[in-house]
Design a protein around this ligand. Structure first.
Ligand code: F6P
Length: 550
């Protein structure tokens, strides 16, 4: 660990950034653009088919210089090298972090514990390809001889959010005579609604769980099994209607799934970094193996860019550093991710796990309490819908909410003027946020003075605009990898473990303790706090009033 990392806020660059943020407090984007007419064309990076315009951030050349200095001093370069080298950078779980190996081409060598993992990755990809082709062609038959028409992925967290996001994002490329459903919530409604109109004889379940122990997934998988057997009757049918994606062969076999139909991955793939591992099986069935390989190519192109581009032209590095500036020096508490692409409707939800499970940490790698804010809250919705909902707060509220606008120059569904109108809106929103509308402008339009404060826009609200050509499988891979690596950059500077998730454990353990207390036939003796005890009693009492109608 470098000295600079050991005392991030004590470092001269961190202090310089603090002073810089205070002294530039009165700078307005209006003035910055007026002073430098080349700003919009200058503060942008174009690489790997992505155009990132970061000129509408509250930054100057000095800010960028200091942020790049912070990256160098924090040892970001050696952290990147350590990840790609397979070092155990997930220190609390003593694991390598090698999602980059999932998209490495044949012939590249990436070692985990001295073993080249690239051939392992490609062996699984080949197995996924053969299986996907057999389902897509109708060659894979259900127990009663019918081809598969419905694919239901059962998983949660990284075993759901990536697959569902990718399916929605790439729906345009999907085989339309197959129906895809995604079941994640332990709320019985999820599986009930997902299966109610399906024919079990034509339905394939993919049970996706890295650990194969997750309560929600296992509960849903057992319910799906019972649902399938109601129609198929014979347990031998399970092998034709259930496959698994997991690292836990023993538990898969115990569930009754033939391990020949298990698609493996490894402990060096974190759940939220797994959408391009075998967890992407539903994606591959939907879009086909060729498109899936293009998705991987897109990821890989961004990996190469991240690893090799100089920091000042490095997309994930810049995106990460700007997020740090907004969070740690301008005090922004959240980031709005606003895709102007309906197919990306689940992208913000996917990013929530990626960013917040990764960087929602309160201690440094060596267990010391951090002295600065770590991961911001990520949220968002596709545009233009959000404009008629929460944008009011972004434009005129009291909080600073940096926005990432994502757009594609060419539509997948070119209908009349829709796309020009869509893109006009995304550009207009970034413009309005940055430049606002002064009281004088409002009054000059004839607004009465009393209404002027309500109708003026302060502006000076930061945003990035990420523009790509078209939403293709490659483009999606690049976009996801861009965010994966920008999360890494932020975590490296904050000196936290971005790859563990201990914060999800306590609730899981407590729920396991409460389940038998809710189900006990006799009143259990409760030893929780008085609030939890009262809630359990109230639940039991309402359940009793309903009698056996559970
Ligand atoms: O929510 C915690 C978590 O461990 C996530 O990190 C993970 O993506 C999810 O649960 C699902 O885990 P699994 O794939 O093991 O079922």
């Amino acid at each position: 660990m470098t000295e600079a990392i050991a005392s991030l806020i004590g470092s001269s660059t961190w202090k310089a950034l603090e002073v810089h943020a205070v002294t530039s407090r009165n700078l307005h984007l209006r003035d910055l653009f007026a002073q430098d007419p080349t700003r919009g064309g200058r503060l942008k990076v174009e690489a790997a088919g992505i155009y990132l315009d970061y000129s509408k951030n509250r930054i100057t050349d000095e800010t960028v210089k200091l942020l790049l200095q912070l990256a160098e001093e924090s040892g970001l370069r050696s952290r990147i090298d350590a990840m790609f080298r397979g070092d155990k950078i997930n220190v609390t779980e003593k694991r390598s972090v090698l999602h980059v190996a999932l998209r490495a081409p044949v012939g590249e060598k990436i070692l985990a514990d001295g073993v080249d993992v690239v051939p392992l990755v490609h062996a699984v990809l080949d197995k996924m390809t053969a299986f996907s082709n057999s389902v897509r062609s109708g060659e894979w038959k259900g127990y009663t001889g019918k081809p598969i028409r419905n694919v239901v992925n059962i998983g949660i967290g990284g075993s759901d959010l990536g697959p569902v996001m990718a399916y929605e994002a790439l729906r345009h490329y999907s085989q339309r005579d197959l129906t895809f459903r995604f079941v994640s919530n332990v709320d019985g409604t999820d599986i009930a609604e997902a299966t109610r109109d399906l024919d079990a004889e034509e339905t394939l379940f993919i049970v996706s769980s890295k650990t194969f122990t997750t309560l929600e997934t296992m509960t849903n998988a057992h319910t799906a099994r019972a649902w399938a057997l109601e129609t198929l009757k014979h347990t031998a049918a399970i092998a034709r209607h259930f496959v698994a994606v997991s690292t836990n062969a023993e538990a898969v076999a115990k569930f009754g799934i033939d391990t020949a139909n298990m698609f493996g991955f490894w402990d060096w793939v974190g759940g939220r970094y797994s959408m391009d591992s075998a967890i992407g099986l539903s994606t591959m069935i939907a879009i086909g193996p060729d498109n899936y390989r293009k998705l991987l190519d897109g990821f890989h192109e961004m990996d190469v860019h991240f690893r090799t581009a100089p920091f000042e032209r490095n997309l994930p590095v810049l995106l990460g550093l700007l997020a740090i500036y907004n969070n740690n020096f301008l005090g922004a508490q959240s980031v709005a991710v606003l895709p102007y692409e309906q197919y990306l409707k689940r992208f913000p939800a996917y990013l929530q796990q990626l960013t917040m499970e990764s960087n929602g940490k309160h201690v440094t790698l060596d267990g010391k309490e951090v002295e600065y804010q770590t991961g911001p809250i990520y949220w968002g919705e596709p545009g233009t819908n959000g404009q008629h909902s929460f944008y009011q707060l972004i434009h005129q509220g009291t909080r600073l909410i940096p926005c990432d606008f994502i757009a594609f120059a060419k539509p997948l569904n070119a209908i009349g003027r829709h796309h020009d109108i869509l893109l006009a809106n995304v550009f207009a929103q970034a413009e309005a946020l940055a430049f606002g509308k002064t009281t004088q402008q409002v009054e000059a339009e004839g607004t009465p003075a009393s209404l002027a404060p309500h109708r003026m826009f302060e502006g000076n609200r930061p945003s990035n605009t990420i523009l790509l050509e078209r939403l293709t499988p490659e483009a999606l891979g690049k976009l996801v990898a861009l965010y994966e690596h920008s999360v890494f950059v932020q975590g490296a500077i904050w000196n936290i473990d971005s790859f563990d998730q201990w914060g999800v454990e306590l609730g899981k353990v407590l729920a396991q303790r409460i389940v038998p207390e809710l189900e006990a036939p006799k009143e259990p003796s409760l030893t929780h706090d008085s609030s939890t005890n009262a809630l359990i009693k109230q639940y039991r009492s309402i359940q009793r009033q309903r009698g056996s109608a559970k």
